[in-house]
Design a protein around this ligand. Structure first.
Ligand code: PMM
Length: 269
């Protein structure tokens, strides 16, 4: 899944693709690099980000979705709002990627179900302004078990709203109310999320825990666009564990990793 952020303030590429034309060309470049899905979002979820108005979010994403869907691309819309999800599905998106898993605006589940869209339910606890507050970082049962249990509730809500079980994808939500240590535990323990019986998507690309891993001797995190090597190792580990998808910025490099992992798996048979 290749990322197309149509936002002024995403942590890694904010502002770069804000104009619709730039976002559309970026999406086409990601398709040429081998993306199976383009994830198009108009709201930054970086810690501390303020939310755009609905009209603003719609104006950012809908023209980009319409154009890329007309190219034949499989589009997911990265939104927490039912209204945006509905407009995106009408414009040709096939997947709703809701980082709140239906918690921010529960109507999004019904809207997705009614239009036959697939739904990505990510593990989430709070909006960006407060998501890294201490009480949202509390996992008394251990992060993997607690994320699993909270995702189970999202599965129940999604199925109750009419989303078909085979159209529901789960995501542990790396970086969302998680410490770096939590993120590593979730990557290592992804099999426990997979055991819920749905395809699993993971987004590690360019996130802070990779920057911290690769910090310089003074502890200064590696800049966002110099973290790909570590992300590729995470992709390799996740692919070897059989995850359904990875949400990434550098599609070409991640495609190369998937090809190598697949080839090794064939050789091992
Ligand atoms: N991360 C971000 C945004 N959307 N969606 C899913 N399903 N999983 C994620 O991990 C995720 C997401 C934040 O990253 P960005 O600012 O690079 O888009």
């Amino acid at each position: 899944m290749g990322i197309v952020n149509v936002t002024p303030d995403s942590f890694s590429d904010g502002g770069r693709y804000l104009a619709a034309d730039d976002a559309i060309s970026h999406g086409r470049a990601l398709l040429a690099d081998g993306a199976d899905i383009l994830d198009i979002g108009g709201e930054s979820t970086r810690p501390g980000a303020t939310r755009p108005l609905v009209a603003e979010e719609l104006a950012r994403v809908i023209p980009v979705i319409a154009e890329l869907a007309a190219d034949g691309a499989v589009i997911s819309v990265d939104t927490m709002r039912a209204e945006v999800a509905a407009a995106a599905l009408t414009a040709g998106a096939r997947i709703v990627n809701d980082v709140s898993g239906g918690l921010a605006d529960p109507e999004i589940l019904t809207v997705t179900a009614e239009r036959g869209g697939a739904f990505v339910a990510m593990h989430w606890r709070a909006h960006s302004t407060t998501m890294q507050d201490r009480d949202h970082l509390h996992y008394p049962g251990g992060v993997v078990a607690d994320v699993r249990a909270e995702l189970e509730l999202r599965i129940e809500a999604a199925l109750a709203a009419g989303i078909a079980p085979d159209r529901l994808i789960l995501d542990p939500g790396l970086g969302f109310s998680k410490t770096a240590e939590d993120n590593w535990a979730l990557v290592a323990g992804v099999a426990q999320i997979q055991s819920l019986g749905h395809p699993v998507l993971v987004g590690a690309s360019r996130k802070a825990f990779l920057g911290r891993l690769l910090a310089d001797p003074d502890g200064v995190p590696r800049p966002t666009d110099e973290r790909e090597s570590a992300n590729l190792a995470v992709t390799a580990a996740l692919a070897a564990r059989g995850v359904w998808g990875v949400r990434v910025h550098d599609v070409r490099a991640n495609r190369d990793v998937l090809a190598a992992v697949r080839r090794l798996q064939e050789a091992a048979r």
